[in-house]
Design a protein around this ligand. Sequence first.
Ligand code: SF4
Length: 85
Amino acid sequence: MVFSDEEMKKGHERAKSRREERQANGLSAYRNPIEKAQENPTSLRAAINGKCYDCIGQDGDPDWRGSIRECVCTDCTLYPVRPYQ
Ligand code: SF4
């Protein structure tokens, strides 16, 4: 999927707006992959990212991105589409 410059700009503006809203409400600007998936429940990408983040132990693994990248469970159905490859 290729996004146009206009679509990318709108996406960045939405993300900036959500980040500013969270900060205004005293929340961290950081959202983990599960929180992102919960905010966008129809996104398969967000769902996959959230599942891999959960599988690897969430923030209990300080290098969870690296652990997902180096996942060795090649028989997992999400393996070919896992994030951070
Ligand atoms: S690809 Fe790896 S990290 Fe992602 S759900 Fe499967 S086993 Fe877990």
